[in-house]
Ligand binder design. Sequence first.
Ligand SMILES: O=C(O)CCC(=O)C(=O)O
Ligand SMILES: [Fe+2]
Length: 366
Amino acid sequence: MAPVLEFPINVGRIDDVQELKKTRKTEIPNRFVRDMAERPMLAATTHLPSSNSIPVIDLSKLMKGNKEEFHYEILKLSTSCEEWGFFQVINHGIDLDLLEKIEKVAMEFFMLPVEEKQKYPMAPGTVQGYGQAFVFSEDQKLDWCNMFALGLVPHSIRNPKLWPTNPPTFSGTVESYSKEIRKLCKDLLRFIALSLGVGGNVFEEMFGVSVQAMRMNYYPACPRPDLVLGLSPHSDGSALTVLQQGKGNTVGLQILKNNTWVPIQPVRNALVINIGDTIEVLTNGRYKSSEHRAVTHKEKDRLSIVTFYAPSYDIEIGPMAEMVDENNPTKYRRYNHGEYSKHYVTNKLQGKKTLDFAKISPTNSF
Ligand SMILES: O=C(O)CCC(=O)C(=O)O
Ligand SMILES: [Fe+2]
């Protein structure tokens, strides 16, 4: 199922941010300038104490640690998912050369002439191809970002027309990378299940043939980072998301915790993992998807490579029986995951609002 819009829309002119940079030195077009309440307030978020940072999980301790190490790490995992909805994973076992290679092909792609990239245009209401996703009206503010997005697995949703042939190593690298990330997601979901006290295979058995999608986000340096956002606040519609921050990049990802935007300091060779809306629903809100956004930098560009791992579109989702009791009444209804995916990609990014789709009392912010 490829989610598409069923009604015509007018999104107006969407400037390519990399091209803008070439033509205008300092002026930011109005469509990128955020209303006051949405502006990043950069100074207020950059001087937080380092203790206020997301936990780091050592996957090797979960895969092959002794009993004590395993229990300690599982506990940390459960606290991270409960309190942050985010963690970084180290010793993930993915070849570091492959992490470098995917960054290299992504950057090579973004550095191509715009005409070349626009051979893979992103149609409104889809998240496939090059451009800006989640834009649905002429007066919607735009993100200071260029995206390239593609569906990957199962192979039936792969559309070769959307796979760049330039750079020539693009598709081979994406295939190898996604296989490794898929394995990582399966392992992480097993440990996440164990951390909840349910059988390790519950998610795997429930998900059918999982859907995987990838988004490469390129944020050019912006002369006025205080006025724009790299990526609007949102939670991810996936079960799990794996985010690779470009090596040596500046801090750009921020997550909302206790009403404060907390910057995620990149950890060397680590991958950032976050809980998506699907796990929030399945756990009846015990593990929550966190609202996050990206900000830009005055002098430096930034790259992120993001993989979304989700159940097959035909799967029905709802809180697991083990997560519901008299103290934790059902907070979400049952729905078809394909319906949710369609709802997600046909609405603008707006914090956690998309999840109202599943909430029994949408006004509650649990
Ligand atoms: O670039 C980032 O750090 C954030 C990307 C993100 O949240 C997404 O693509 O869903
Ligand atoms: Fe995200």
